[in-house]
Design a binder for this molecule. Structure first.
Ligand SMILES: [Mg+2]
Length: 451
C-alpha cells in the first residue's frame, strides 16, 4: 500500500520568447512554462504532474496547486483510485476553492496538475504507462473514472459503456499496433510559428516533408496579405496533390464575422480547418463560422478548437451545437486524465475526431497517452497528433516521433517527469548561480516590454 505523505510544487520556465518559438497572432512571446506538482509517498514512488502555461502567472497556478494538493495528503493511493469518479468529484468540491472556478480557470489548471500527478504515481506503482492502464480496463471500469455530472443530457454512463463495448472486440489488435508505435500519426507545427521569417518557414517545411510528415499547421491572423504569402509558400513546399494536409490556427484573434471574411480570403489554399477562430467560450459563434465556411468557392473549411476550452461542459455544448470538425482538448486545462476521458466519450458519441492540443512544453508527453487511449479504447479510429519538437531533452522519458508516428510510451507513468537538473536550471525566480533567470541574459525578458 502506498500512502501520500506530502507534495512539492515547482515553477519552471523556459525562455522560448527569445527566438519566438510558440509565437502566434495572440501570443507573441511566450516562455513555455510548467507549474509542477510532485506527490511524495511513503514508498520510493513519486507522482509527477504539471500544467502548461506560457510564463507570467505560472506562480499563480503553483499557488493554486498548494491549495488543492493537501486534499490528497494522508490518503492511500488505493483508496483514491478505487472509485476515480468519486475522487474527482471530491477534488472539485472544496466549496471555497470552487468559488474561484467552478471547474475552470487557474483552479482547474491546478487540478489538472494534481490529478495528472496522481495518475503518474498510480501508473508507476502498477508498472505501466498511463495509456496501458486505461487500455486494460473494462468498459465499466473506464466509465467509473468519470464524473458524469453536467453531461448526462449528452451521454449517460450506460450509453458510454455501450459505445466502448462496440469497439472492444478489436481492442487487442489495436494494443498490438500501439506496441509497434503505429497508433498515433504525428503532425508538425514546428515550421509554422508566426514570428519565423519566410526563409525559415520555407526551410523548415522542406525539412518536415523530408521527415515524412503529412500534416502541416501554420499560424495566421496577424495580417491577411502576409498570411496569403505564407500559405502560398507552404503549398509550394507541400503541394496540393501529394496527400499533404494544411491546417491554420488563428489563436482567437477574430470576432465571428471577421473570422468568416478572413478565412474566405485564405480558402484557395484549401486548409482542412481553421483552429481557434474566435473566443473559446463562444459556442454559437463557432457554430456560425463552421456553417459559413461549409461552402466556400474552394470547398469546405472545418472548424477546430479546444486548447482553451475550460471543461467538459463547454465541449458538450460545442458538440451539441455542431460547431466542431475536430476537437482539441488540452491535457492540463481540463481537470486531468479523468475529465479528458469524459471528453473523448463525448467526441465519440458525436462522431468528431480528437486531436489533443500539444503545442507546449510537456504536452506531447501527455497527449501521446491520450491519443493512444482514444484509438485503442474509445474511437477505434486513428487521428493525428501535433508534435512540436522543442524542449523534449528536459524530460526523463521524452516523447518522440519515428516514421511519421509517435513512438508509443512504454515506461511506467505519464511521461512528464522532468530531469532534476532542468528544473534547477530553469527554476523561476530561481537561485543565484543556479537558475538561468538570475543571469544577465534573462534581463532581456524580465526588463523588456510585456507583450
Ligand atoms: Mg492552437
Amino acid at each position: 500500500m502506498v500512502k501520500i505523505t506530502g507534495f512539492t510544487t515547482r515553477d519552471v520556465r523556459f525562455p522560448t520568447s527569445l527566438d519566438k518559438t510558440g509565437s502566434d497572432a495572440m501570443n507573441a512571446a511566450g516562455d513555455y512554462s510548467a507549474a509542477y506538482c510532485i506527490i511524495n509517498t511513503d514508498s520510493s514512488y513519486a507522482g509527477h504532474g504539471m500544467t502548461f502555461t506560457i510564463g507570467r502567472g505560472n506562480e499563480i497556478v503553483c499557488a493554486a496547486i498548494t491549495l488543492l494538493a493537501p486534499l490528497v495528503v494522508g490518503k492511500d493511493l488505493d483508496e483514491l483510485t478505487a472509485d476515480w469518479g468519486k475522487t474527482w468529484r471530491y477534488l472539485v468540491s472544496d466549496s471555497q476553492l470552487r468559488w474561484i472556478g467552478p471547474e475552470k480557470g487557474v483552479i482547474h489548471l491546478a487540478l489538472g496538475a494534481v490529478v495528472n500527478a496522481l495518475w503518474d504515481l498510480w501508473a508507476k506503482t502498477l508498472n505501466k504507462p498511463v495509456w496501458r492502464i486505461v487500455a486494460d480496463m473494462t468498459p465499466e471500469e473506464f466509465v467509473r473514472c468519470i464524473d458524469f455530472r453536467y453531461i448526462t443530457d449528452a451521454i449517460t454512463p450506460e450509453e458510454a459503456i455501450a459505445l466502448l463495448k462496440e469497439v472492444e472486440p478489436t481492442k487487442q489488435e489495436r494494443i498490438k499496433e500501439a506496441e509497434k508505435s503505429q497508433a498515433v500519426p504525428a503532425y508538425t507545427t514546428s515550421a509554422g510559428w508566426l514570428g519565423y521569417s519566410e526563409d525559415k518557414l520555407r526551410a523548415l517545411l522542406k525539412e518536415s516533408v523530408a521527415q515524412g510528415y503529412k500534416h502541416f499547421k501554420l499560424k495566421v491572423g496577424a495580417n491577411v496579405e502576409e498570411d496569403r504569402r505564407r500559405l502560398a509558400i507552404a503549398r509550394e513546399a507541400i503541394g496540393y496533390d501529394r496527400g499533404n494536409i494544411l491546417m491554420v490556427d488563428a489563436n482567437q484573434v477574430w470576432s465571428v464575422p471577421e473570422a468568416i471574411e478572413w478565412m474566405h480570403q485564405l480558402a484557395e489554399f484549401k486548409p482542412w480547418f481553421i483552429e481557434e477562430p474566435t473566443s473559446p467560450d463562444d459556442i454559437l459563434g463557432h457554430a456560425a463560422i463552421k456553417k459559413a465556411l461549409e461552402n466556400t468557392p474552394h470547398g469546405t473549411i472545418g472548424v477546430a478548437t479546444g486548447e482553451m476550452c475550460q471543461n467538459r461542459v463547454v465541449f458538450k455544448q460545442l458538440l451539441q451545437a455542431g460547431a466542431l470538425t475536430v476537437l482539441q482538448a488540452d491535457a492540463c486545462r481540463v481537470g486531468g486524465v479523468n475529465e479528458v476521458l469524459a471528453i473523448l466519450l463525448l467526441a465519440r458519441k458525436f462522431g468528431v475526431p480528437i486531436v489533443p492540443h500539444s503545442g507546449g512544453v510537456g504536452l506531447p508527453e501527455y497527449t501521446q497517452h491520450l491519443s493512444t487511449i482514444d484509438y485503442v479504447v474509445v474511437s477505434g479510429k486513428k487521428s493525428v497528433l501535433e508534435y512540436v519538437d522543442h524542449l523534449h531533452e528536459h524530460f526523463v522519458h521524452p516523447s518522440s516521433v519515428k516514421d511519421g508516428y509517435y513512438v508509443t510510451p512504454m515506461e511506467p507513468g505519464y511521461s512528464v517527469e522532468m530531469k532534476p537538473e532542468s528544473m534547477e536550471e530553469f527554476a523561476f525566480p530561481g537561485e543565484e548561480g543556479k537558475s538561468w533567470w538570475r543571469t544577465e541574459a534573462a534581463k532581456t525578458i524580465l526588463e523588456g516590454p510585456r507583450i
